[in-house]
Design a protein around this ligand. Structure first.
Ligand code: ZN
Ligand code: ZN
Length: 284
């Protein structure tokens, strides 16, 4: 028996960045639900390009956005996503993207969150005096399929910035203008992380949408609320040689988004011991 609590229902998606392209298909396939675009000013809650400061946790911002969309369309179900990008906490020379997707079901009083750590991201920036200096970097960040943002280095964020740049002529002229307006004579060129300007990010959102839709199709074994799934992983898989706990996942904890039901489950892949290569004692 498949569990399809949202068949035939409309879900408001608050976005100005075409995320329905990524989230519509999994919600249709896994749930039989239709994702409907809600035209609300989600930028008021904070943007990637730094024009406005962001407030609150990603989950809280997401739930707030979803509710704005629901209110705009008068729908009881809503969806919103947020991404954040920055240096990897354990390896500052690597960058990491974290995507959060929140589903709100007002009648059930349910908020279901899925997260995705995207190790594939083109997030980055360069400071240059001329566009020619960007040449070696452009293929690395996937230009022109992935757009860029250009602003004067050292000027206030309110200063004119050029977003969504996807062709060489526009990039060149934006760098020229920004460098001229910068006290240091340089332009700050960054990857445009808005979903519709960044196919890598759009793909991450699609993967996350698939995860969330599958989770919503999973009922809690106790109260039958949609959205039962993994809430955390427990490290400590014992080393196969010395038996000491490693940082690898020992078990997964599943939980309901509505009631307090929790379940510990062994690793899905059935592994019960770690390779001594990942043991701090055997391989310090
Ligand atoms: Zn060991
Ligand atoms: Zn439950």
């Amino acid at each position: 028996m498949t569990f399809r609590p949202y068949t035939g229902q409309a879900v408001a998606l608050a976005t100005q960045h075409q995320k329905h392209l990524a989230l519509g298909p999994p919600f249709a396939q896994e749930l039989g639900a239709t994702v409907v675009l809600a035209a609300v000013d989600t930028d008021a809650l904070g943007t990637f390009t730094g024009d406005r400061p962001r407030v609150g946790t990603a989950e809280a911002v997401c739930a707030e956005k979803a509710r704005l969309g629901m209110a705009a369309l008068g729908l009881p179900l809503g969806l919103a996503s947020e991404g954040s990008f920055g240096p990897h906490p354990d390896a500052p020379f690597l960058v990491l993207g974290v995507e959060v997707l929140v589903f709100v079901d007002a009648p059930r009083g349910l908020e279901v969150v899925e997260r995705l750590v995207a190790e594939r991201t083109n997030f980055g920036h360069r400071e240059v005096a001329t566009a020619d200096e960007l040449s070696p970097w452009l293929p690395v960040v996937g230009f022109p399929e992935h757009a860029l943002v250009v602003q004067p280095l050292g000027a206030a964020f309110a200063a004119a910035s050029h977003k969504g740049l996807r062709d060489w002529a526009a990039l060149r002229s934006a760098v020229q203008q920004a460098a001229a307006a910068s006290p240091q004579g340089r332009a700050l060129v960054s990857t445009d992380m808005r979903a519709h300007c960044n196919p890598t990010r759009m793909a991450s959102i699609a993967t996350l949408g698939q995860k969330l839709a599958r989770r919503l199709a999973t009922p809690c074994p106790v109260c039958a609320a949609p959205g039962f799934g993994r809430i955390e992983v427990v490290p400590g898989l014992p080393c196969g040689f010395c038996g000491e706990p490693t940082q690898l996942v020992l078990a997964e904890r599943y939980g309901c988004a509505l009631c307090t039901h929790r379940e510990a489950r062994p690793r899905a892949d059935g592994r019960t011991s770690a390779d001594p290569g990942s043991c701090e004692f055997c391989n310090p």
